[in-house]
Design a protein around this ligand. Structure first.
Ligand code: GTP
Ligand code: MG
Length: 195
């Protein structure tokens, strides 16, 4: 999809603040710094509309991006960032859990995994959680530009094995900087949201 019109509708922390147009919605989850905001920027064809940072913990609210008044892409705060306090992490955890379990218009979740490293225990738990709630999952291995092409098959195999990917889940190798996998991600989103 070629995106022309996009706006940040709201940065929400509570369900009462979620937009209520009823557009189909896709959430993006993953560790801090894995590249969620960068993926959104690539999808909407903007350099830095969603704020990114080399410092983890940049996105701290649920950011709802209205795309062509047809769907919402939701940038979810990253998990696993050790430097925030335990209380803060628990607060984020509740916010993410509430969103993923209660949002009726949520049609699927993109789960981002850093292609350079083995999936972490939290990555595994997140995918298990999404399976439990029967949310359709697209696993995206990010920063694949940092991995030599000869290792791409291995990356795919290792991720599938570690996170116990299921029959209906899909996996895409992706790079925001090198524009790899963008079309495949859009195809999955279009299929899930029926836009
Ligand atoms: P939080 O908001 O902290 O949870 O992080 P995030 O998941 O939104 O990550 P963000 O998009 O801010 O990216 C983190 C860092 O990784 C930035 O320095 C990006 O430039 C870099 N990055 C993101 N995607 C890619 C990619 O595909 N390739 C490379 N080489 N770097 C990337
Ligand atoms: Mg971010």
């Amino acid at each position: 999809m070629k995106v022309h019109n996009v706006s940040l509708k709201i940065s929400a922390v509570r369900p009462e603040q979620y937009p209520d147009e009823g557009y189909p919605e896709i959430g993006l989850v993953g560790r801090s710094n894995v590249g969620k905001s960068s993926l959104i920027n690539r999808l909407i064809n903007r350099k830095s509309y969603a704020r990114t940072s080399s410092q983890p913990g940049k996105t701290q609210t649920l950011n709802f991006y209205d795309v062509e008044s047809m769907l919402y892409l939701v940038d979810v705060p990253g998990y696993g960032y050790a430097k925030v306090s335990k209380a803060e992490r628990e607060k984020w955890g509740r916010m993410i859990e509430t969103y993923l379990t209660q949002r009726e218009t949520l049609r699927g979740v993109v789960s981002l995994i850093d292609a350079r490293h083995e999936p972490t225990e939290l990555d595994v738990q997140m995918v298990e959680f999404l399976h439990y709630y029967e949310l359709p999952i697209l696993v995206v291995a990010t920063k694949i530009d940092k991995v030599s092409r000869s290792k791409w098959n291995k990356v795919e195999k290792d991720i599938k094995k570690k996170i116990k990917i299921e029959e209906q889940d899909e996996l895409i190798l992706f790079s925001a900087t090198e524009k790899i996998g963008e079309e495949e991600v859009w195809n999955w989103i279009e299929k899930r949201t029926k836009i």
